[in-house]
Every structure is written in structure tokens, then in C-alpha cells.
Design a protein around this ligand. Sequence first.
Ligand SMILES: [Zn+2]
Length: 74
Amino acid sequence: MARMMADCRRWPSDSDCSLTIIGEEDEVVRAAAEHAASVHGHEDTPELREQIREFLEPAEAYTNAQREHEPMPG
Ligand SMILES: [Zn+2]
């Protein structure tokens, strides 16, 4: 299974979060949902996990350089 990435640096956040989570898709979705709930005050719902899944990027896209923020969808 290909490794995927959820990159908090992609989105604007109060804490300017720098966390990047990389692993297999299910691992990343779970860790990112728990992170979104514990750090960013989101509710860990099936809808949130679905949205996280849609925004995953291939792990190969990882770069340690700073990223431009994208507008938060929805
Ligand atoms: Zn974060």
C-alpha cells in the first residue's frame, strides 16, 4: 500500500501547526483525525475522516520547505 501524507502546514491554523503525518492511508487518516480533534478543536466524526482522506497527498510530495497556505475548503 502506498504511503500517504496529511500535512497541517498546508492549512492556516491558530497555532501555525507544522505537523506532517506520513504512513499508510488508514494510519494517516486516524492519526490526522485524532490530531485535528486534540489540537485543532475539530470533532472526530466520520465526515471529518472522509474529508481528511480526500485531502491526502502522496508521501513523495513531502518537502521540508515551508508551504504556502491554501484556503480551508468547506
Ligand atoms: Zn495540526
